[in-house]
Design a protein around this ligand. Structure first.
Ligand code: SAM
Ligand code: DTB
Ligand code: SF4
Length: 344
């Protein structure tokens, strides 16, 4: 199907009437009922909600950079950067500001609008936050949206990062509360919620999602969505990752996720969080173009863009540009870029 055909198909399927969404908190049961819908019906509902809130074909491009790699004291079972697992990742100290600025400028030149800096810390120390604040300020100065993911934050750290120009903080809940201890036991679910509250309290937008494919049951996927959708307000960005099974991590031999189940996760995130940027995140390299297209149909409107995630691979930029072209999708322009007359 060509780009025009795809757009026509979307137009023809534009709904005559709105789909009702329940008011108030989402119960896990109501979310499970969404997951249980016939696949095509679920996709149609998700695309309907999506089209009500976002312009057609608009995709956000966010580039990741690991600014401090490996040697992390936490034991998240999925993560190649934990010091507990032998994954071959070489620990590296915090990058210098000019190196980060070069990477951010290159991301912007390639069309990214958001730049996310990741650090493998359990929680940054005061001096770490000071240094990251300098990075944030420099990246913000390039006219990019800034995001950071540094582990647990104290409220005063969040305020410091906000003052430096941090737009988003990524901190994932990853799975349902009752499955969390199967995945990591060096911190609690409540620790994650406390950091999210500190981020919100500082006026930073929240980027929070999870991972599919860690051996969780369907009820845990619904439980994660309930946690996210019932936040008040729900996260502005919701990354949905498919587990990248890295040799040496405890979850390396997890059963691969059925691609349609992954698409369902995107669709349910879209329906329950209608105005969030739902990001088709890690795992695209293993996914194939057709499944990615289904994810966009299900309401994903953001991707990680660039040859690398943090330490593992991602589709290269040329492949992504081609895919977006084939599907008739385009990246949105931030206000700053529109004012500069730049093109994303
Ligand atoms: N240390 C910080 C933290 O844990 O919040 C920031 C970095 S951490 C790598 C950010 C997120 O990446 C994790 O919460 C998890 O959702 C995701 N992630 C890490 N390893 C992954 C993998 N192998 N596959 C998919 N997602 C992964
Ligand atoms: C998110 O939800 N996924 C990104 C980002 N937030 C920081 C990280 C994915 C990591 C995949 C494995 C790796 O490269 O370390
Ligand atoms: Fe450390 Fe974050 Fe990896 Fe967990 S996910 S081991 S906290 S870098």
């Amino acid at each position: 199907m060509g780009a025009n055909d795809l757009q026509q198909a979307i137009t023809l399927r534009r709904p005559a009437k709105a789909v009702a969404t329940p008011q108030g908190p989402w119960s896990v049961e109501a979310i499970q009922a969404l997951f249980d819908k016939p696949f095509m019906e679920l996709l149609f509902e998700a695309q309907t909600v999506h089209r009500r809130h976002f312009p057609e074909g608009d995709i956000e491009l966010a580039t990741l950079l690991s600014v401090k790699t490996g040697g992390c004291p936490e034991n998240c079972g999925y993560c190649p950067q934990s010091a507990e697992f032998d994954t071959g990742v070489k620990a590296q100290k915090l990058m210098e500001v000019d190196e980060v600025v070069r990477a951010a400028q290159a991301a912007k030149d390639a069309g990214a609008t958001r730049f996310c800096m990741g650090a493998a810390w359990r929680a940054p120390k005061d001096r770490d936050v000071e240094k990251v604040a300098v990075l944030v300020e420099a990246v913000k100065g390039l006219g990019l949206q800034t995001c950071a993911t540094l582990g647990m934050l104290e409220p005063h750290h969040a305020q410091q990062l906000k003052a430096a120009g941090l737009d988003y903080y990524n901190h994932n809940l990853d799975t349902a509360p009752e499955y969390y201890t199967d995945v990591v036991d060096t911190r609690t679910y409540q620790d994650r919620l406390d950091t999210l509250a500190a981020v919100r309290g500082a006026g930073i937008s929240v980027c929070c999602g999870g991972i599919v494919g860690m051996g969780e049951q369907p009820v845990h996927r619904a439980g994660l969505i309930a946690q996210l959708a019932n936040m008040d307000p729900y996260p502005e960005s919701v990354p949905i990752n498919s587990l990248v099974r890295v040799p040496g991590t405890p979850l390396a031999d997890s059963e691969p996720v059925d691609p349609f189940d992954f698409v369902r996760m995107i669709a349910v995130a879209r329906i329950t969080m209608p105005t969030a940027r739902v990001r088709l995140s890690a795992g695209r390299q293993q996914m194939g173009e057709a499944v990615q297209a289904l994810c966009f149909m299900a309401g994903a409107n953001s991707i990680f863009y660039g040859d690398k995630l943090l330490v593992t691979g991602n589709p290269d930029v040329d492949a992504d540009v081609q895919l977006l072209r084939k599907l008739g999708l385009r990246s949105h322009r931030t206000q700053e870029q529109a004012e500069e007359g730049g093109c994303a």
